[in-house]
Design a protein around this ligand. Sequence first.
Ligand SMILES: [Zn+2]
Length: 279
Amino acid sequence: MCKFNNKIGFKIYQDNLSEDVLHNLKHLLSERYIIEFSQFEDFPKKTIDFLNLKSYTNNFYHVNYNKVDISRYFKIKSSKDVIIENLIEEFKNSDLVNCNNLVFHVENENPFFVVNDKQKIFYFNKIFEFFSTFYEKYPEATQKVFYIENTFNSSLFYKDLILFLKENNINVGFCFDIGHAKVWSSDSFDTWYSDILYLIKFGIPIHSHIHANKGDFDTHSPLAELDSNAFFNKRITDDFIFSNNLLKDIEKLINNKNISVIFEYNINIAIMDFILFFK
Ligand SMILES: [Zn+2]
């Protein structure tokens, strides 16, 4: 069994579950790698039994941000109930695949939701109102952790938001997406990482998503695609703003026992990356 069992793994989409992937997946689960399920619905019981999902408790479920678009919740009164209902449905889907950890975006797909310092408290209160309405309608939800994933804002925004929600008794964690941080923030890896260490001190659970974005697009590419020569020599210098060595930075996440790590792209390629990484 791998020394990184229970803390490293791969993301999969229901659409991608070919026969091959299913067999890989069953093997990875039995080796205690973690799996993040994305966009799963009406998942066949037969497959759940085949994968033996009821015996694994460390897996993650990524909430579908098109169905639970929190910025539409704030803007359009008539969609409020629908979005809460959709989130309840997503929680039920996460039950099906036996996940107590949910990854959640607090901004929608378009990067217009960048919040300045003056607006921050206003939005934090809105987000709190959303979670507490949800808890009222669906009290079982308090048992599961909402890992808020960074998208369009700065490291400080998420650090403050997560501490604010924790103080107000929302069951939160932080999901650090390294590719989003690179594309959408101007903070260095070191800034993100020191904020992560700060959150750990406050008992916040930390999850992370590893993938590469060449240039400024959120492509979710394999690491080796950036520069395969550099990758095989464990040296990528230019894929993160102000990062001296991307692979060393990723190693920091992987070696920190408080952080779970997901390789976030096509599962078969991700496994190759992973194997090469630890060669
Ligand atoms: Zn991500």
